[in-house]
Design a protein around this ligand. Structure first.
Ligand code: ZN
Length: 188
């Protein structure tokens, strides 16, 4: 298994709709193993294939639920149904997200409280998960990655402007910038 570099915002692969997986082979298995390892090392609660430069509809997640259970898995070619996204100002304390492709930053945004994730696993067995709260938020964040959407794209205007400023200050927002979990410690 290999820890792979994580693409930072600006790399076109993060801003492009990912492709359906059609071949379930050793290459896909290796990709998923590498994604788990990269997510764990980062560390993160989710990682989508485009974040390591692979334009395929795959994400992994690892979430310690409120009841103490660990939710860890992979989904390939997912669909996501969500409940209504509440309106109003997002709460800094309760609704701030981060992203390994915008490392070291956090901003709040509203998400749906419920999400139904469907897809398949590496053996092409069906995946069907009903998630609520933060688990549902993780699915919305990772699914967005497969659509070429980053959470910063969804921020309300004042936070979006702040995020854009930071991205510019750091010299991000262009092609071919990445960081390697475990080797490089980012400031902030
Ligand atoms: Zn992300």
């Amino acid at each position: 298994m290999t820890i792979r570099p994580i693409c930072i915002t600006g790399n076109p692969v993060l801003h492009t709709k990912a492709l359906e997986v059609t071949v379930f082979d050793e290459g896909l298995r290796t990709l998923v193993q590498d994604m788990y390892e990269t997510m764990d090392e980062a560390p993160g609660v989710g990682l989508a294939a485009p974040q390591i430069g692979v334009n395929l509809r795959v994400f992994v997640y690892d979430w310690d639920a409120e009841d103490g259970s660990e939710q860890r898995g992979v989904v390939i070619n997912p669909t996501l149904e969500i409940s209504e996204i509440p309106e109003g100002e997002p709460d800094w304390e309760a609704e701030s997200e981060g992203c390994l492709s915008v490392p070291g930053e956090r901003f709040p945004l509203k998400r749906a409280d419920r999400a139904t994730l469907r897809g398949v696993d590496l053996e092409q067995n069906p995946v069907h998960i009903e998630a609520t709260g933060w688990f549902a938020r993780i699915f919305q964040h990772e699914f967005d990655h497969l659509e070429g959407i980053l959470y910063v794209d969804r921020l309300i205007e004042k936070y979006n402007a702040e995020a854009k400023e930071i991205i510019q200050e750091r010299g991000w927002g262009k092609d071919d910038i990445s960081w390697l979990p475990g080797e490089e410690k980012l400031e902030g």
